[in-house]
Design a protein around this ligand. Structure first.
Ligand code: SF4
Length: 325
């Protein structure tokens, strides 16, 4: 992190640098892909917190054309924020979960938009392979290419509890394949406030991710959405959401352990009020970000303050050796 006054390395700052000072915004698209944890391949239930509103294989196949979504997104962001350059974010469900021929056709859509400078592809660690990575790397000659892995926690006990359907070791293998292609950047999604997770477990996740020197991390507070398994747990009292103050504290320590060069893609969550069950404080994202900055300031702290280059999970090869032992 090089900016003198920033307490953590924000995505907006990263975009500003990589684009030579242009206003870069993300255009979010739903390309109609499915998810093996929802379509019955691994399970039909999905992750316990997954917003499954409108999910069915049929609705997935009938989403609006990606080209129209990008066009409208660009126009909206230009008008609203004066955006100049764009990163197309393939967000919904698992955006590498299809044959390479279909993936190529989908990603190729970005070529029709001259102001697109990047692609970001969100997926699960068990939905990638070498062929898919090669395809993504082929775009990196022209675009900045990010792959975003939903990991959420390094603790397999937690992953099982929230029904992720993959392990931490699956993620390490995916990262190993990704890193064969130096042009690809990796962002990992983590959730803070998962049921059964202690502060020590959360910090262990931070230290492990720090050791992997990831290019990006996205942190979300866990929240219960209507009609999910997590809502049922909440109503039974089996899941207790974090208070704002608790989340802010945990995020600050999490950031302190991270590698200072990791770009922080986000620290909040988006959820329409009418779908949200708890905690309600996630709706005020600006307040949350202000509180995090304030707390870091009070602690005289910043991202990477407690980072140590040689932790027990310091390298990917070490982690993989442990996995294969
Ligand atoms: S991997 Fe993502 S899309 Fe699939 S069930 Fe989990 S949260 Fe939902």
């Amino acid at each position: 992190m090089n900016s003198s006054c920033a307490r953590y390395y924000k995505l907006s700052e990263y975009y500003r640098r990589m684009s030579g000072g242009k206003k870069v915004h993300k255009v979010t698209v739903d390309a109609g892909f499915s998810c093996p944890n929802r379509d019955g391949t691994l399970s039909s239930d999905g992750c316990s917190y997954c917003d499954n509103r409108g999910f069915s294989v049929n609705t997935r196949l009938s989403v609006r054309p990606v080209e129209a979504q990008i066009k409208e997104g660009i126009e909206r962001l230009k008008k609203r924020f004066g955006a100049e350059k764009f990163v197309v974010y393939f967000q919904a469900y698992s955006n590498t979960y299809a044959p390479v021929k279909i993936l190529r056709k989908c990603y190729d859509t970005v070529k029709n938009f001259k102001d697109v400078i990047g692609i970001s592809v969100a997926t699960r660690p068990d939905c990638v392979n070498d062929e898919i990575m090669r395809l993504l790397a082929s775009y990196a000659e022209t675009y900045e290419v990010w792959i975003e892995y939903g990991l959420q926690s390094i603790h397999n006990r937690t992953l099982e509890r929230i029904n992720r359907g993959h392990t931490y070791e699956d993620f390490l293998k995916a990262l190993y394949v990704t890193r064969k292609y130096a042009s690809l950047k990796t962002c990992v999604h983590v959730i803070i406030g998962l049921p059964g997770e202690t502060k020590e477990m959360i910090l262990k996740t931070a230290k492990a991710l720090a050791g992997l020197k990831l290019e990006g991390v996205k942190v979300h507070p866990l929240h219960a959405i209507k009609q999910t398994a997590l809502e049922k747990e909440f109503l039974k009292g089996a899941y207790k959401p974090l208070e704002l103050d608790e989340y802010v504290d945990l995020v600050c320590v999490f950031l302190e352990y991270l590698w200072p060069e990791t770009v922080i893609h986000r620290l909040g969550a988006d959820c329409p009020e009418e779908f949200l069950v708890a905690p309600m404080w996630i709706l005020d994202k600006n307040r949350l970000l202000r509180e995090i900055e304030k707390r870091l300031c009070e602690r005289g702290s910043c991202q990477g303050k407690l980072y140590t280059a040689e932790g027990p999970e310091a390298t990917l090869s070490h982690a993989l050796r442990v996995d294969h032992a």
